[in-house]
Structure formats: structure tokens, C-alpha cells
Design a protein around this ligand. Sequence first.
Ligand SMILES: Cc1cc2nc3c(=O)[nH]c(=O)nc-3n(C[C@H](O)[C@H](O)[C@H](O)COP(=O)(O)O)c2cc1C
Length: 176
Amino acid sequence: MKLLAISGSARRDSTNTALLMAVKSLALAGVDVSVFHRLDTLPVFSPDLEGERTPAVVLDFLARIAEADGIVIASPEYVRAIPGGMKNAIDWMVSRFEIIGKPIALAHASHRGDEMLASLRVVLSTVSDGFLPDVFLRVPLVGKSVGDIEALMREPEPASQVVEFLSRFTAAIRGI
Ligand SMILES: Cc1cc2nc3c(=O)[nH]c(=O)nc-3n(C[C@H](O)[C@H](O)[C@H](O)COP(=O)(O)O)c2cc1C
């Protein structure tokens, strides 16, 4: 099974990206998680660039979504909302096929950000009937360094949270 984990933060030392790296490293046998943390490489969406004019970098990103069995998204909150880069990526998917019916689960690396989460849940349930609002991983990591997060996520409690999240998500994808 292939999962694509998308970070809504393009920050080099992003806690959301670090959480997704922990999801990758704790994945069960037979589950391959790849992490995408470069939403800043996607140009701003315009309907004028749809169809044959869609940029190659966007097509490559959408191909990764198409080939994934499920998508995990971990995003920060910016100004009480979804960060522009994250929403821009979703806008590219809206009138296409890749996201329709694709299982999606949210992870979140902060104890805050509930307005962004509420908005992201509305957006994702609009673009995909595969969105699974009940499969959710939250680990408060705000202010921690990537090294600290790597060490913390090897501790039994957060590690078991990740494993449970992944088992629930993969079971849902398999239709169990
Ligand atoms: C431009 C900007 C706006 C932010 N706005 C909010 C906000 O409205 N609410 C909040 O809880 N945190 C806000 N934050 C803090 C981030 O959500 C928080 O630091 C998050 O953990 C960063 O995620 P990252 O480590 O993956 O980049 C903001 C940060 C930035 C850079």
C-alpha cells in the first residue's frame, strides 16, 4: 500500500513535516509512506492553466496523488486559516479526477489550529468523498526542533499513537 503524506508547511524545520517523517518511519510492513513537503514549488492556480496548459510540476504532483492509495495531510494554521500553499494545492485538484474518492486523513502537529482544521475538513469533504474525518492524529510539537521530534517520536506513547493512526487508516482504505 502506498501513502502520500503532504505537509502544508514549506518551512525547512517544519514540525508538521517532522511528524509526517515519523509516520513514514513507523509505517507497518507493506505500507510505503512518501513525504511531500514542497508545496512552495507549485505555481498559483488559475483556471487558465487547466487542461493542456497545466504546468509539469503540477502534473508530477497530481501523478503522485493518483498513484497513492491514500493521502495524509499535516498542515499548520496561518492567520486562523489554511495556509495559502496548502489551499493552492487543493485548488489544482478541484476539477480533476485524482482526488475524487481518494481516502484522506489528517495529522496535526499542534495543540492549536482548530479553525484551520475545521476549514480543511470542510474543503476536503467537498473535494473527496474519501475524506475520513474520524481518522486523526494529533501530536503537540510546536516549538520543538526536528531532532527533538525524532527523539520524542521514538518514545512508546507517541509512537503507538502513530501506529494506531496508520492501522485505522490502512484498515479503512482496505475496507475492513
Ligand atoms: C504567518 C503565520 C501565521 C500563523 N497564524 C497562526 C494562527 O492563526 N493560529 C495558530 O494557532 N498558529 C498560527 N501560527 C503558528 C503556526 O501555526 C505554528 O507555529 C505551526 O506549528 C507551524 O507549523 P510548522 O512547524 O509545520 O511550520 C502562524 C504562523 C505563521 C508563520
